[in-house]
Structure formats: C-alpha cells, structure tokens
Design a protein around this ligand. Sequence first.
Ligand SMILES: [Zn+2]
Length: 90
Amino acid sequence: MEIDLKRLAKAIHLDVERAGESRYLVFSFGHSYIVDLKSDAPCHCADYAIRGVVCAHILACRMLEGDVDVLRSLRAITPLPQAGRLIRAA
Ligand SMILES: [Zn+2]
C-alpha cells in the first residue's frame, strides 16, 4: 500500500467513528464516507473509486486501527519537537 503524504496529512484532520468490525464512518470537511477496510472497494470517494489511490478516508481508518505502516509514515510529515525548538531559536 503506497501512502501519499498529502493524503495522510489530510487524514489526521478527519473524524472517524467505528460502525462495525471493519466498517467506519468518516467525516471529511462537510461530507461523510462509509469505509469498509475488508471490502474490495473500501471507499466510494473519487480518490479511491476514480483515481484508484489510497484515499485520506482509508488512511484515517487505518490510523485508528493502529496500522504500523501508516503510523510510521506520520514521521515524514511531523518534525521532532527538538527540531521545532532549533528552528524557533534560529
Ligand atoms: Zn475515500
């Protein structure tokens, strides 16, 4: 699963509610999506259904499930706190 960092950054800002064993309700900037991670078509948004990429809605659900690949990818878009202090001190 390729993780797009822009979509991952968006996923952090989405609210997710569990709606079943592998089903989630994802609230995304005024829209809501039903995501089923075990389905062949887990999301019906344009990103997944038309562009065929792993969308922010799926990433948000995988974060909630503790997916290690997704959680480790957060490192790429989140500076260490120490790095932030160095930038402010400069
Ligand atoms: Zn989606």
